[in-house]
Unconditional design. Structure first.
Length: 461
C-alpha cells in the first residue's frame, strides 16, 4: 500500500459521522471528514439541504437515552426540539475540536478501490474537485435522506409531496389533505396539518402500536431500567400497559396490527389519537388508484384532495460506492454487525441501524468498534484478525428474538439490547469498553440506558 501512515476518511458530519471522527481522534488516527453542507449536525440541521427535518420535530426518544454518554446534553427538556439538537451537535463538534478535521461544503462523489487495496475518495469542494487516497473509509451519509416513492395506479392531478420535502404547516392552509402512511413522521405531520388544513385523511395499509411519550409521569423509554426481558415476556408485559394508556386504535379506524408489539417500529405519538377522537382527521384504507383529484381506496370508498403527502419512508442510498463493495443483498448491504463488509475491504458503515431506542450512543459504540478495528489493523494486527475471524463464522442474532416484519424499512432493523451487547463484546476483544460519561473517558462500565422500558424511538417513516 502506498500510504505509509494510515489515513482514514469519514463521509458525513451528522451524529454518526461526528461519533466516527471523535472515536478516530481519541485513538490518534489520521482522519479527514467530508461534509457536503456548510455545518455539522446532519439532518438535525434544518438548513442542511439534505435535511429531512421539519419545524415541529422533536426527539421521539428521550434526551437521556439518546445523547452521547461522553457529552450529556445541556438541556432540561425530555424531548428537545430539532433546534436544540442542532446546537448540541455544534457544541459537541466544538468541544472535541472536530471541525478542524472536516472539509465542509465538500461532497463525496465517488469512492473507489485502488489496485493495492486502498481507497480513492473523489470529492467536489469550494475549490473544485479533489482526489485523496485513504487506507479506510467510513460511510456515515445517513439513512433518512433518499425518499421511498411508491408507484400508484392512475394519476393524481393535485399537489403531491414526500415528507422529505415538508418543512412547516403553512403548506396545508385551507387544503384537503391526504397523508399516505402513518409512521412517526406521517403522524407528526398529520398533527401539524389538522390546525391548518380544510380536512385531513390518512391512508394506512396496516395497524400500528402507539406508545405515549410519558408513562406514569416519566419519559416512557426511561422506565424500568435493568436487564432486558426476553422478547415474548416483554411483549406480554408491555401490550396490556400500552393498551391501558392508549386504548384500542381500531376504535379510530386503524386496522388491527397483523403482527405483535415491537415486530415493527412503534409510533411515539398519541396526539394523533386525540385528534382522531376529536374528529379532526379520519383513517382511510390503502390506496387503490388515483383519478384526477379523486383517490380510490381499497375498501371501495373514495375522497377528493388538493394535496397528497407521501409518508412512505426512505430507502438506503450509498450512491458513491459500488454495490458490490458494500455487499448489497436485496434491500440493504449485508454487513457484519451492520458495519463491516464481510470481505473487510477497508470500508465501514456507521448509522445503518434502525432500532427502537438505540440513540446516538448506540451509533457512537459502532464508531468505537470501527476505530478500534482500524487502530488494531495498523498497530496490533492479531486483534484485528480476531474480528475478521468472528465475521467469517456464524453471525450473531441481532433481533433479540423479535420476528421483524419482512419489509424494506425493516431490512436493517436490530434490537438495541442484542445489538449493543454484541458490539460491546466485540469492542472488549480489543481490550476496550464504550465511553460511559464525560469524566470517565476510558471507564469500562456498561452504558445501557433503558433496557426494559417501552422501546420507542429512532426510525421514522
Ligand atoms: C424527523 C426525524 C426525527 C428523528 N427522531 C429521532 C429520535 O428521536 N431519536 C433517534 O435516535 N433518531 C431519530 N431520527 C433518526 C436520525 O436519522 C438520527 O438521529 C441521526 O440523525 C442519524 O445520524 P447520521 O449521522 O447517521 O445521518 P444524518 O443525520 O442524515 O447525517 C448524514 C450527513 O452526511 C452528509 N452527506 C450525505 N451525503 C454526503 C456526501 N456524498 N458527501 C459528504 N457528505 C454527505 C449529510 O449532509 C449529513 O450531514 C429522526 C429522524 C428524523 C428525520
Amino acid at each position: 500500500m502506498p500510504t505509509t501512515t494510515p489515513r482514514y476518511a469519514v463521509i458525513g458530519a451528522g451524529p454518526s459521522g461526528l461519533a466516527g471522527l471523535r472515536a478516530m481522534q481519541r485513538r490518534g488516527l489520521d482522519v479527514t471528514g467530508y461534509e457536503s453542507s456548510p455545518d455539522v449536525g446532519g439532518l438535525w440541521n434544518i438548513d442542511n439541504p439534505r435535511s429531512t427535518m421539519y419545524e415541529s420535530a422533536h426527539l421521539i426518544s428521550s434526551r437521556t437515552t439518546t445523547e452521547f454518554a461522553e457529552f450529556p446534553m445541556d438541556s432540561t427538556a425530555d424531548y428537545p426540539s430539532h433546534r436544540e439538537l442542532r446546537r448540541y451537535f455544534d457544541d459537541y463538534a466544538d468541544h472535541f475540536g472536530l471541525r478542524e478535521l472536516i472539509r465542509f461544503e465538500t461532497r463525496v462523489d465517488r469512492v473507489e478501490r485502488t489496485p493495492d487495496g486502498g481507497w480513492l475518495v473523489h470529492a467536489t469542494g469550494p475549490d473544485g474537485p479533489t482526489t485523496d487516497e485513504y487506507t479506510g473509509v467510513v460511510i456515515a451519509n445517513g439513512t433518512l435522506a433518499h425518499p421511498n416513492v411508491p408507484t400508484f395506479a392512475g394519476e393524481f392531478t393535485g399537489e403531491i409531496l414526500h415528507t422529505s420535502a415538508y418543512k412547516d404547516a403553512e403548506l396545508f392552509e385551507g387544503k384537503r389533505v391526504l397523508i399516505i402512511g402513518a409512521g412517526n413522521s406521517g403522524c407528526d405531520i398529520a398533527v401539524d396539518a389538522v390546525h391548518r388544513a380544510a380536512s385531513v385523511d390518512m391512508s394506512v395499509r396496516r395497524g400500528y402500536y402507539f406508545v405515549p411519550r410519558y408513562l406514569f409521569g416519566k419519559p416512557s423509554d426511561t422506565l424500568n431500567q435493568g436487564r432486558p426481558l426476553p422478547a415474548r415476556i416483554k411483549q406480554a408485559v408491555d401490550t396490556p400497559v400500552l393498551r391501558a394508556f392508549t386504548g384500542d386504535p381500531t376504535r379510530y379506524g386503524f386496522p388491527k396490527p397483523d403482527y405483535k408489539l415491537y415486530e415493527s417500529h412503534p409510533i411515539v405519538n398519541t396526539m394523533i389519537l386525540n385528534h382522531l377522537g376529536q374528529g379532526d382527521l379520519s383513517i382511510r384504507a390503502d390506496i387503490e388508484r388515483f383519478d384526477g383529484e379523486r383517490v380510490h381506496f381499497r375498501d371501495g370508498t373514495h375522497g377528493d384532495y388538493d394535496l397528497v403527502m407521501l409518508a412512505t419512508g426512505y430507502t438506503l442510498d450509498y450512491p458513491f460506492v459500488d454495490r458490490s463493495d458494500l455487499n448489497w443483498e436485496g434491500f440493504s448491504p449485508k454487513l457484519y454487525l451492520n458495519i463491516f463488509p464481510p470481505s473487510f475491504n477497508g470500508l465501514a458503515v456507521l448509522g445503518m441501524i434502525e432500532a427502537s431506542g438505540i440513540g446516538w450512543q448506540g451509533r457512537a459504540e459502532q464508531a468505537e468498534l470501527v476505530a478500534a478495528y482500524f487502530a488494531a489493523d495498523a498497530r496490533d494486527p492479531l486483534k484485528a484478525a480476531k474480528l475478521r475471524a468472528d465475521a467469517a463464522g456464524q453471525w450473531p442474532d441481532l433481533t433479540g428474538g423479535y420476528k421483524y416484519l419482512a419489509l424494506e424499512r425493516m431490512s436493517y432493523y436490530v434490537n438495541k439490547d442484542a445489538y449493543r451487547r454484541v458490539v460491546r463484546r466485540s469492542l472488549a476483544a480489543f481490550g476496550e469498553a464504550p465511553v460511559t460519561g464525560p469524566d470517565a473517558p476510558s471507564a469500562a462500565a456498561d452504558s445501557a440506558a433503558s433496557d426494559t422500558a417501552p422501546a420507542t424511538a429512532g426510525a421514522r417513516a
